[in-house]
Design a protein around this ligand. Structure first.
Ligand code: DAT
Ligand code: MG
Length: 150
Protein backbone atom coordinates (compact mmCIF):
# COMPACT_ATOMS: atom_id res chain seq x y z
CA UNK A 1 0.00 0.00 0.00
CA UNK A 2 2.82 2.41 0.88
CA UNK A 3 4.61 1.01 -2.17
CA UNK A 4 2.38 2.58 -4.82
CA UNK A 5 4.48 4.35 -7.44
CA UNK A 6 3.78 7.22 -9.81
CA UNK A 7 5.69 8.59 -12.78
CA UNK A 8 6.30 12.35 -12.58
CA UNK A 9 8.16 14.36 -15.20
CA UNK A 10 9.15 18.01 -15.22
CA UNK A 11 8.49 19.02 -18.84
CA UNK A 12 10.94 21.03 -21.01
CA UNK A 13 9.41 24.37 -19.97
CA UNK A 14 9.66 23.44 -16.28
CA UNK A 15 13.34 22.54 -16.76
CA UNK A 16 14.07 25.78 -18.63
CA UNK A 17 12.20 27.88 -16.05
CA UNK A 18 14.09 26.37 -13.10
CA UNK A 19 11.14 24.59 -11.52
CA UNK A 20 12.80 21.16 -11.04
CA UNK A 21 13.79 21.91 -7.43
CA UNK A 22 10.34 23.25 -6.53
CA UNK A 23 8.71 20.04 -7.81
CA UNK A 24 11.14 17.81 -5.93
CA UNK A 25 10.71 19.93 -2.81
CA UNK A 26 6.92 19.48 -2.82
CA UNK A 27 7.01 15.70 -3.32
CA UNK A 28 9.75 15.29 -0.71
CA UNK A 29 8.00 17.52 1.82
CA UNK A 30 4.74 15.60 1.34
CA UNK A 31 6.52 12.42 2.43
CA UNK A 32 6.82 10.55 -0.84
CA UNK A 33 10.03 8.62 -1.48
CA UNK A 34 12.11 9.26 -4.57
CA UNK A 35 13.04 5.94 -6.17
CA UNK A 36 14.33 7.07 -9.58
CA UNK A 37 15.29 10.25 -11.38
CA UNK A 38 17.02 11.18 -14.61
CA UNK A 39 17.29 14.02 -17.09
CA UNK A 40 16.48 12.89 -20.61
CA UNK A 41 15.92 14.55 -23.96
CA UNK A 42 13.14 12.18 -25.05
CA UNK A 43 12.95 10.84 -28.60
CA UNK A 44 9.78 11.22 -30.65
CA UNK A 45 9.39 7.41 -30.50
CA UNK A 46 9.39 7.44 -26.70
CA UNK A 47 6.93 10.35 -26.57
CA UNK A 48 4.62 8.78 -29.16
CA UNK A 49 4.45 5.72 -26.93
CA UNK A 50 4.09 7.76 -23.73
CA UNK A 51 1.13 9.70 -25.15
CA UNK A 52 -0.28 6.86 -27.30
CA UNK A 53 -3.80 7.31 -25.84
CA UNK A 54 -3.87 10.89 -27.22
CA UNK A 55 -2.62 10.14 -30.74
CA UNK A 56 -5.93 11.04 -32.41
CA UNK A 57 -6.24 14.40 -30.63
CA UNK A 58 -5.80 17.54 -32.73
CA UNK A 59 -3.13 18.87 -30.34
CA UNK A 60 -1.03 15.66 -30.50
CA UNK A 61 1.63 16.96 -32.98
CA UNK A 62 2.08 20.17 -30.96
CA UNK A 63 2.31 18.14 -27.76
CA UNK A 64 5.06 15.90 -29.18
CA UNK A 65 6.98 18.91 -30.54
CA UNK A 66 6.77 20.63 -27.14
CA UNK A 67 7.78 17.54 -25.18
CA UNK A 68 10.77 16.94 -27.47
CA UNK A 69 11.89 20.60 -27.45
CA UNK A 70 14.38 20.03 -24.61
CA UNK A 71 15.28 17.69 -21.77
CA UNK A 72 12.75 16.59 -19.18
CA UNK A 73 13.41 15.38 -15.63
CA UNK A 74 11.73 12.02 -15.18
CA UNK A 75 11.08 10.70 -11.69
CA UNK A 76 9.40 7.87 -9.84
CA UNK A 77 7.86 8.73 -6.46
CA UNK A 78 6.56 6.10 -4.05
CA UNK A 79 4.05 6.18 -1.20
CA UNK A 80 0.47 5.51 -0.14
CA UNK A 81 -1.87 6.94 -2.80
CA UNK A 82 1.08 8.38 -4.76
CA UNK A 83 -0.83 8.35 -8.07
CA UNK A 84 -4.01 10.09 -6.92
CA UNK A 85 -2.32 12.44 -4.47
CA UNK A 86 0.30 13.24 -7.11
CA UNK A 87 -2.46 14.32 -9.49
CA UNK A 88 -4.00 16.51 -6.77
CA UNK A 89 -0.59 18.11 -6.17
CA UNK A 90 -0.24 18.80 -9.94
CA UNK A 91 -3.65 20.44 -10.35
CA UNK A 92 -5.86 20.27 -13.44
CA UNK A 93 -4.56 19.74 -16.99
CA UNK A 94 -5.42 23.37 -17.77
CA UNK A 95 -3.51 25.64 -15.37
CA UNK A 96 -6.42 28.12 -15.58
CA UNK A 97 -8.60 25.53 -13.82
CA UNK A 98 -5.92 24.63 -11.23
CA UNK A 99 -6.30 25.90 -7.69
CA UNK A 100 -3.62 27.95 -5.97
CA UNK A 101 -1.50 25.57 -3.92
CA UNK A 102 -1.16 23.12 -6.79
CA UNK A 103 1.96 23.01 -8.95
CA UNK A 104 0.15 24.05 -12.14
CA UNK A 105 -2.07 26.48 -10.22
CA UNK A 106 0.94 28.25 -8.73
CA UNK A 107 3.53 28.06 -11.47
CA UNK A 108 2.13 28.14 -15.02
CA UNK A 109 -0.55 29.69 -17.21
CA UNK A 110 -1.07 27.84 -20.50
CA UNK A 111 -2.38 24.30 -21.19
CA UNK A 112 0.30 23.90 -23.85
CA UNK A 113 3.05 24.78 -21.33
CA UNK A 114 1.83 23.12 -18.16
CA UNK A 115 5.33 22.20 -16.84
CA UNK A 116 4.68 18.77 -15.35
CA UNK A 117 3.36 15.29 -16.11
CA UNK A 118 1.88 12.88 -13.58
CA UNK A 119 0.40 9.41 -14.12
CA UNK A 120 -3.42 9.31 -14.03
CA UNK A 121 -3.89 5.73 -12.74
CA UNK A 122 -1.84 2.96 -11.13
CA UNK A 123 -2.03 1.06 -14.41
CA UNK A 124 -0.65 3.93 -16.49
CA UNK A 125 1.97 4.64 -13.81
CA UNK A 126 3.29 1.10 -14.13
CA UNK A 127 3.35 1.38 -17.94
CA UNK A 128 5.09 4.76 -17.86
CA UNK A 129 7.69 3.66 -15.29
CA UNK A 130 8.53 0.63 -17.46
CA UNK A 131 8.72 2.86 -20.55
CA UNK A 132 11.08 5.45 -19.05
CA UNK A 133 13.20 3.39 -16.65
CA UNK A 134 15.09 0.11 -16.62
CA UNK A 135 14.50 -2.09 -13.54
CA UNK A 136 18.03 -1.43 -12.28
CA UNK A 137 17.41 2.33 -12.33
CA UNK A 138 14.75 1.98 -9.61
CA UNK A 139 16.38 2.24 -6.20
CA UNK A 140 15.37 -0.09 -3.40
CA UNK A 141 15.87 1.38 0.07
CA UNK A 142 13.99 2.13 3.27
CA UNK A 143 13.50 5.78 4.12
CA UNK A 144 14.36 6.64 7.74
CA UNK A 145 11.13 8.68 7.78
CA UNK A 146 8.93 5.65 7.07
CA UNK A 147 7.83 5.00 10.66
CA UNK A 148 6.99 8.69 11.11
CA UNK A 149 4.81 8.79 7.99
CA UNK A 150 2.77 5.58 8.40
P1 DAT B 1 -2.60 15.52 -18.08
O1 DAT B 1 -1.21 15.97 -18.45
O2 DAT B 1 -3.21 16.42 -17.06
O3 DAT B 1 -2.66 14.06 -17.68
P2 DAT B 1 -3.76 14.69 -20.63
O4 DAT B 1 -3.13 13.37 -20.38
O5 DAT B 1 -5.20 14.75 -20.97
O6 DAT B 1 -3.52 15.69 -19.37
O7 DAT B 1 -2.98 15.44 -21.81
C1 DAT B 1 -1.57 15.37 -21.88
C2 DAT B 1 -1.05 16.76 -22.20
O8 DAT B 1 -1.54 17.18 -23.47
C3 DAT B 1 -1.48 17.84 -21.23
O9 DAT B 1 -0.65 17.91 -20.09
C4 DAT B 1 -1.39 19.07 -22.07
C5 DAT B 1 -1.79 18.58 -23.44
N1 DAT B 1 -3.22 18.82 -23.68
C6 DAT B 1 -4.26 18.15 -23.16
N2 DAT B 1 -5.43 18.64 -23.56
C7 DAT B 1 -5.12 19.67 -24.39
C8 DAT B 1 -5.88 20.60 -25.14
N3 DAT B 1 -7.22 20.59 -25.12
N4 DAT B 1 -5.21 21.53 -25.86
C9 DAT B 1 -3.88 21.57 -25.87
N5 DAT B 1 -3.08 20.73 -25.20
C10 DAT B 1 -3.70 19.79 -24.46
MG1 MG C 1 -2.33 12.37 -18.80
Amino acid sequence: MSEERTFIAVKPDGVQRGIIGEVIKRFEAKGFKLVAMKMKHASKDLLNEHYIDLKEKPFFPTLIKYMSSGPVVAMVWEGKGAVKTGRVMLGETNPADSLPGTIRGDLCIDIGMNIIHGSDSVESANKEIALWFQDDELASYTSCAFDWLY
